[in-house]
Design a protein around this ligand. Structure first.
Ligand SMILES: [Zn+2]
Length: 298
């Protein structure tokens, strides 16, 4: 085996083992415990299983959220906020790990092995329970694996796209972040605003062609996500934007976003290509494993 990646999600933790060609050879999945000490134990058990045959294998752990300057986690979907999670995992497993933000892990995996291959600047964008993001330049992450570089979901959405909408408090503690409108719960908020109905993203995908008010919510979502992509273009000019997460599975999302970007971008300026992730749900663990492998090479 070459490396191990753990994907630490709000509902599942999955360990994946990769061979020398970066093919997935084995995996194991457990439910995510809802208290911190049980979480550390679960990670410890999966790491012990992963490295039973090869104690020195590089291990990367990908998780949502950010780390403070003194290493404390800020994460909405794990019971780990305010804990020094990297320090505590290292103590639990009695070894080293590389801790990677899930958006960064996704971007790295897609840039090296997936839809971002061969491009200079890639923006990986996860549109799911939250908005995760990361950027790579020629297959290398920009910023440290757990830095906030590229965290576009927590830039405030401009008045030009949300002046008619309620100001939403974001899970990060700031207000009116793109994530508050562009995530799955954000899309549901837009549907509630325009139609008065409580709808899941999949309901919205089904009903948008039949209901004018649900269609308005979908078009507003496309407008907001396209503005987020254009905002990133003014900072980093990605050649390609690779989409992942549950909302990327809605039929027609790529075409609708490309049209929305065309409407709002500067005239005659190159737009990023918008594409779907190739590795789907496997990207997070593989990106984390690859980041750990690279660290092991230094
Ligand atoms: Zn935020």
């Amino acid at each position: 085996m070459t490396a191990v990646g753990l994907d630490l999600g709000g509902s599942k933790i999955e360990a994946q083992i990769f061979d020398a060609d970066w093919a997935l050879t084995d995996k194991r999945r457990v439910d995510t415990p809802q208290n911190y000490h049980a979480l550390l134990n679960a990670i410890g058990d999966l790491v012990a299983w992963s490295k039973a045959d090869q104690p020195n294998v590089p291990i990367g752990i990908g998780a949502a959220g950010v780390l403070s300057a003194d290493g404390r986690a800020l994460t909405a979907n794990l019971p780990a906020t305010n804990y020094k999670i990297v320090h505590d995992i290292r103590a639990q497993i009695d070894g080293g790990i590389v801790y990677v933000n899930d958006g960064r892990a996704f971007a790295l995996s897609e840039a090296v092995f997936g839809a971002g291959r061969g491009h200079d600047m890639t923006l990986g964008l996860i549109l799911g329970t939250g908005v995760g993001a990361g950027m790579t330049w020629r297959g290398e992450l920009v910023g440290e694996p757990h830095s906030i570089a590229g965290e576009i979901g927590h830039v405030a959405a401009p008045l030009s796209v949300c002046r008619d909408l309620p100001v939403i408090e974001c899970g990060c503690g700031r207000s009116a972040c793109y994530e508050a409108y562009a995530s799955g719960p954000g899309l549901s908020r837009l549907a509630l605003h325009y139609s008065g109905e409580t709808l899941s993203p999949m309901d919205i995908a089904d009903q948008k062609s039949k209901s004018p008010s649900v269609q308005m919510a979908w078009e507003k979502w496309c407008e907001i996500v396209s503005e987020m992509i254009i905002t990133s273009s003014f900072h980093i000019a990605p050649d390609v934007v690779v989409l992942g997460g549950g909302l990327s599975k809605i039929a027609g999302v790529i075409d609708d976003l490309a049209i929305a970007v065309d409407k709002r971008a500067l005239a005659n300026v190159k737009r990023p290509k918008i594409v779907l992730a190739e590795a789907g749900d496997a990207s997070g663990a593989r990106g984390a494993a690859y980041a750990a492998y690279l660290k092991g090479q230094v």
